[in-house]
Each structure stands twice: as C-alpha cells, then as structure tokens.
Design a protein around this ligand. Structure first.
Ligand code: HEC
Length: 733
C-alpha cells in the first residue's frame, strides 16, 4: 500500500509541475521563420507573390496566407499554394500592389504535432519616388485559440506514463515468464484504457483548437497528426480485444503469443508517439530526430516501466527475487546508456545555441528533467552496484540491506515517473529549435547637429536603418522670428531616389517629428531640413547620415538556422547516423563475452553479427548515402541579362568581401576564415545550379560561408546563381 502511495504522490507532484510549466507556455509550433518579402521590408515594386517559410511542416487544409491592405481589404488572389519540395513553405499570389502598407496574415496547423498558430507582419510598397506610402498595417483579431493549456500537458504526461508502463510491463512479463505475466496483466489492461482515453482527449482538444468540436472528424481523418492518433487507437483497441480474449478463454489467448502481440502493439504505440514529437519537427533531419525520440522512449520504457513492473511482480508472486532482479539489472544496464545517448542527441538537436537553454521555458523544463535524472541515475547505480542481492544466501542474511534495496527501488521508480512527467512538459513546450528566432533589431540611431546663422538645430534619426524611421528635430531659434514649419527633404547619395519632401509635425517647444519609411536603400542619405520662419527668410540645414540595412548579417548564420539541428558543426545527418551505428555496434561487440555467458554461444554469435552490422551500416552511411543538398532543385529563374546584372550587384555588395571582386577567393576577409573561399573559376562549372543555390541559401558548415536565405530572397539567390554561371562557367570567354 505504501508503495502505491509513494508512486501516487510522486505522480501528483509531477502533474502539478507539468501544469505549472504549461501555464508558462510561450507558443506552439509552426511559427514563421522568414518571409519573402521579409518582415518590415520596404519594396520599390509590387511583389507578385508572398512566400512564407514556417518552422514546421504544414497541414495544407488548415494553413493559409492572406495579404490585406491598410483598409483591411484582401489583396491576394486566394488559394494558398504549398510546395512539394519544401513542406514548410506556403505562398499566395498577390494582385498588383499600389504603394501602401500591407499586412500578411498567416494561419498554420503543424502537420507534426497538430498545434495551431496565427500571426501577422507588415511590409510596404514605396511610392515611385522612393518615399514611404501613407497608411499603416491593420490590426487582426488572431481568432484561433492559442497554445495548449495545462490540461493538455497533464494528459500528455498521463498518456506517456501509460505507454511506458505498458511497454515495460509486457517486456518484464516476457522476461520473467508465466507467473509474473499474470500479475502484470491488470496493469497492462489499465494502461490500454488510459491510452485510449488520453488519445481521445488529445483529438478533442485539437478539434477545439481548430474551432469547435465539429472539426473532430476532419482533425482525425484529414490531418497528419490525426493519422497518428488513429494508428494509436487501432493498436490500443486490438490490445484491448486481445486482453478481453484472454479474460474469456485464458487457455487459448494467453502466454507468449498474447505477450508477443501486445509487444508489437506497444511498438506501434511508441512509434506513433515519436512521429509527433519535437524530433519529428526539426526539418531535414526529421528521420533521425524521430528515431532518437523513439529509441529514447523505448529505453525509458524498458528501464522505468520495467522497474515499476518488477516491483509489482515481486509483490504479487513468489518469484525468485535474486534471479528476477538480476534479469532486470542486465536489461537496465543495456537500456540506460542507449536511453541517455539518444536523449542527449535529441536535446542537442533541439538546442541550437546555449542561449536556447537559458532563455526559454523549454530550457527550464530540461534543467528540471536533468536534475531528476541525475537523482535517478544515482539511485539506480546504488541499487545496481551496492545493494543488489547477489545470491539467495546473502539476500536472506542481511535483512537491513535487503530492506534498503527495496526502498531505494521504489524511490527509483518514483523518480522515473517524475522524469517522464518532465519529459511530457518538454513535448508541450516549443523547443528552442522551433521557436522563431528573435528578430534582433539593430540600432544605428544618430543625433546630428548643425548651425545656420543664429539657429542651432539637431536631428535625431532612429533607428537610422532602411525601413521605418523616426526623425525628431529640435530647433533653437530667435524668439522674435519663430519657426513656423519644418520640411524634410530626403536625397539618396547618387540621386537615384527622390528627392522627397515631407512636412514634419510640430510637437511644441521648437520640436518637430516625422515618421515613415523614407530611407528605402542602405547608403548615404542627406536630410535637408527646410526651416520656415515667420519673417519669411527660410533656412536650409542639411544633415548627412549613413543608413544601414536592418538585417543582422552574422557570418556564421549557417550554425543557427536550418541545418543547425545537427549536433556537431562538422557533421551531416548521415554522419550522425553513422556515429550512432558505430557506438551501438561497438557496445554490442564489447559485451560479447557477457552475452555469451548469459545466453550461450548463439547469443555470442548474435552479438558478433550485431557489432559487425553496426560497423557496416556506419560505412554505408558515410560513403554510399551522401546526398548533396540541392541536387534535385531546378533553377526557376531564367538566366537573362537582367538577372545576371542583379546577381552581379548582389555579389559586389555581399560576397566580394570574402570571395574577392573577381571570384578568386582573395577578398579582404578571406584570411580570417576557417577555410579559404573557393576559386569560383575552378569550382562553379562542376556544380549544378541547385547545389550552388543550396550552398548560398544554407551556407557551408564549418567554413565560414554564411547562410544567405535569411537576408536574400529566393529570387536574389537565383540571380546570384545565374551570375556565377554566366561569369565563371567558361573562364576562357
Ligand atoms: C564571410 C565570408 C564569405 C562571404 C561573405 C561569402 N562567402 Fe561564399 N564561401 C566562403 C567560404 C569560406 C567558402 C568555402 C570554400 C569551400 O569550401 O569551397 C565559400 C563557398 C562558397 C561557394 C561554394 C564554392 C565551391 O564550389 O566549393 C559558393 C557557391 C559561394 N560561397 C557563394 C557565395 C555567394 C553567392 C556569396 C554572397 C551572397 C558568398 N558566397 C559570400 C566564404 C564566404
């Protein structure tokens, strides 16, 4: 009874923790990663299409983009389009947009975890003279219900515990045979019931998040997440039927066949859970992410689920204690390192940077889980190495030791349940990898002063970046000849834009303010303040300022976007798989003697083959399966003179600093990079357009070649490819 009480208390404490964390939930999952046109962009011309890249694969039926003008009228032609190549992308075509401010509204349903989200951002189309249009973005009621509530996280925890106990109990029943199986069947049946109910709750809550309960059918039958729920239900219902059969005719539906069927269904249950995990949502590496998650769950089930089952079996039956504990210990010793390694890899995948751990709720939950795990490991190690009864006689002799062992085993099980609850919290929080990278606004603000005659004027420009700015002027003048109005005239360095003249608004005390997007390009701008005075003798006070682009260009962006999900900088996904195969194969190989002792020569042979297999898989992954990114992309932008010209300009601005003006790899920054930039004349002819595009978009890990997708639009990157082709393909010309 005390044991049940301890476990129950631990579970309640864990659920309270779950609810507490879930209350801090920051947001769910398919979020905006970037847009084309970008957030707050000021465009010289109307775009033809608005394309959004989200952080997770999209469920097409419930994801959409709309473009509204400042009167709230739709300016897209409707019918959001999706890409087969890029499942995280959606776009919509827009009508010819007049100068104005436009609001992009997006709604998503993540195909991976069924969470919904909504958001919006603004861009503007400048007037033909380069000045900012009138109008503002529209406020949208984000009408979709938001992130999951506490109850969702608690139910998730209950479902996970049921899954882990189910798999662990079936496993222990197989390990300990007949008598234990009978003691464990009631718990197995309870887990099935809980699993069916928890999945039902998840489906209902997902439907409610889509709108109302009427969405249940569509949720279950038309979404990716619903598909996995169905799998889980089918597996659980078959399990329930098998158990009912056993109750009705124990002779025919029992023993090993029953347990084997239940075991298989447990694997389905487990797989359908991993398929909707964070690991499944990380983009290109989702296969590995899902696999790590599944291995991690399986390890947890064999250890924690197995331990809880062992405690129950020992209480209810006259099993040989020493033997049962020994069998469990071996299984645990194998599953714990695997569980830990898979967990560590999943964590690395989901934490793109150290700040992801400190700043996010996910990070806090991860820390709590880590502390619980450390305690759990300590208890398990004490049990396995110090207290475990070695043989019958010692078990009988030292009763105090045996009592301590039993107590510590219960503690181990309780801690295990708490760890599972913490894991459930993690699944409900957006992982640092899926959280929208905070668009850190640069600040290039300046205050400039000029004097003209008896007037001293100062002008503050904030943030002094391309796009929306505020100009605040203070003018100290002559009281007898007050300043009546202030006009600001904007000129671009080469006079290719403007001049545009706008009246600033008086805010009293000789101060004037103007807001708008009058800096359309990075570079040197002159702001001429035309000071109108009562006497009629106007003054012109010019101020020159260097306007920067608002984008934060980090040379190592490749390590913090897209491919960032990789655990190590120099590794691609096949490398990760190979490492895994090698580690697992090596573990099996090293344990050959122990396996042979326990399971005889056939076990030894199996371990030999297992080790060899790991090695072979590693070699194949490293050599055979190396797929170059972008191989299958075809260039949608025709190589016209205009496109090459655009690429050439972009190259001079963005690339020449490293690659050199002639593409020889000798730019001023070249020497400071981990790897020297390639000589394009030698390299470009050998790579198809798609590969060049992928490199330019995602960067090249570990070389200093930055990812340009955050800064340059798809069109611009294809222009660059066209420029490279035209310039370096045939150096003889
Ligand atoms: C911060 C320095 C830096 C900047 C800026 C930079 N690159 Fe690179 N780039 C590199 C380095 C380093 C490599 C790696 C050399 C290698 O391994 O081939 C590279 C490689 C490449 C490659 C692959 C060459 C090959 O065949 O191996 C392409 C294509 C490329 N860069 C295009 C661009 C374009 C286009 C831009 C501008 C939008 C750009 N780079 C800007 C440093 C830079």
């Amino acid at each position: 009874m005390r044991r049940v009480l301890t476990l129950g208390l631990a579970a309640v404490a864990a659920l309270i923790a779950v609810a507490w964390f879930a209350a801090h939930d920051a947001g769910a999952h398919a979020l905006l990663s970037r847009g084309d046109p970008p957030i707050n962009a000021s465009l010289r011309e109307s775009p033809t299409r608005v394309t959004l890249f989200m952080t997770e694969r999209l469920q097409r039926s419930y994801s959409s983009v709309e473009v509204l003008d400042s009167a709230g009228q739709r300016r897209d032609i409707g019918g959001t389009e999706f890409s087969d190549d890029v499942p995280t992308q959606m776009s919509v075509r827009v009508l010819q947009l007049d100068p104005g401010v436009y609001t992009v509204v997006w709604r998503t349903l993540s195909e991976v975890d069924g969470h919904t989200w909504t958001g919006s951002y603004v861009f503007s189309v400048l007037k033909p003279d380069g000045s900012a249009p009138a109008g503002a973005g529209v406020e949208i009621a984000l009408d979709r219900p938001g992130p999951p509530v506490e109850a969702d996280a608690a139910v998730k925890a209950v479902g996970l515990i049921a899954l882990i106990l189910f798999v662990g109990a079936v496993w222990m029943a197989l390990l300990l045979r007949e008598r234990a199986a009978r003691a464990l069947l009631p718990m197995i049946a309870a887990c099935v019931v809980v699993g069916i109910a928890a999945t039902g709750y998840e489906a209902i809550s997902a439907a409610l998040r889509l709108g109302n309960i009427g969405f249940l059918g569509e949720m279950v039958f038309e979404t990716g997440n619903g598909l996995w729920m169905q799998q889980r239900w089918y597996a659980l219902i078959i399990a329930a039927a098998a158990l009912a059969g056993h109750l009705w005719q124990p002779k025919h539906f029992g023993g090993r066949p029953l347990l084997s069927v239940l075991g298989l269904l447990g694997i389905v249950w487990l797989a359908s859970t991993s398929a909707v995990s964070h690991g499944a949502a990380i983009g290109s590496g989702w296969i590995w992410g899902t696999l790590f998650d599944a291995v991690h769950l399986a390890g947890a089930a064999l250890w924690i689920g197995g331990l809880a089952s062992l405690l129950i079996a020992l209480r209810r039956t006259e099993l040989n204690r020493v033997d049962a504990v020994r069998r469990f210990s071996i299984a645990a010793a194998i599953s714990v390192p695997i569980l830990a390694a898979a967990g560590l890899l999943s964590a690395l995948i989901q934490v793109p940077s150290a700040s992801g751990l400190v700043d996010t709720d996910w990070g806090i939950a991860f820390f709590v889980k880590g502390v619980l795990l450390a305690a759990l490991f300590a208890a398990a190690a004490a049990n396995a190495f110090l207290l475990r009864p070695r043989d019958e006689s010692s078990d009988g002799r030292d009763i105090a030791l045996a009592m301590r062992f039993a107590r510590l085993m219960r503690l181990e099980a309780a801690l295990g349940v708490a760890v599972i609850a913490a894991s459930a919290v993690l699944t409900q929080l957006p992982s640092p990898a899926s959280v929208q990278p905070a668009v850190e606004q640069k600040d290039n603000s300046v205050v400039e002063r000029v004097t003209r005659g008896e007037i001293a004027a100062s002008l503050e420009i904030s943030p002094n970046l391309v796009g929306f700015n505020t100009w605040t002027a203070s003018i100290d003048g002559d009281d007898r000849n007050p300043v009546e109005a202030l006009l600001m005239r904007f000129r671009y360095a080469d006079d290719s834009v403007g001049p545009v003249t706008i009246a600033a608004e008086s805010i009293g005390g000789g101060r004037f303010r103007l807001e708008g997007a009058y800096f359309g390009l990075p570079g040197v701008w002159t702001v001429e303040m035309e000071i109108r005075r009562a006497s009629g003798d106007d003054l012109i006070a010019p101020i020159v300022t260097n306007v920067e682009s608002g984008y934060q260009a980090s040379p190592f962006a490749a390590d913090s976007g897209g491919a960032l999900a990789l655990p190590l900088t120099q590794m691609d996904w096949n490398g990760v798989g190979a490492l895994w195969a090698l580690v697992l194969g090596g573990l099996i190989w090293l344990n050959r003697p122990r396996v042979r002792d326990r399971w005889g020569p056939r076990g030894g042979d199996a371990a030999f083959v297992g080790g060899l297999l790991g090695f072979i898989i590693a070699v194949v992954l490293l050599t055979g399966l190396h797929v170059e990114p972008g191989r299958t992309l075809s260039n949608p932008v025709e190589r016209t003179a205009a496109s090459v010209e655009a690429g050439s300009t972009l190259f001079a601005i963005n690339c020449a600093s490293c690659h050199g003006a002639t593409g020889a790899g000798d730019g001023p920054l070249a020497d400071s990079l981990p790897a020297p930039p390639a000589n394009f004349t030698v390299h470009v002819p050998f790579h198809p357009d798609g590969v060049l595009f992928a490199w330019i978009s995602d960067g090249i890990r570990g070389t200093g070649m930055p990812a340009w997708s955050p800064q340059l639009s798809d069109q611009e990157r294809w222009d660059l490819v066209n420029f490279l082709r035209a310039t370096f393909d045939d150096p003889g010309q």
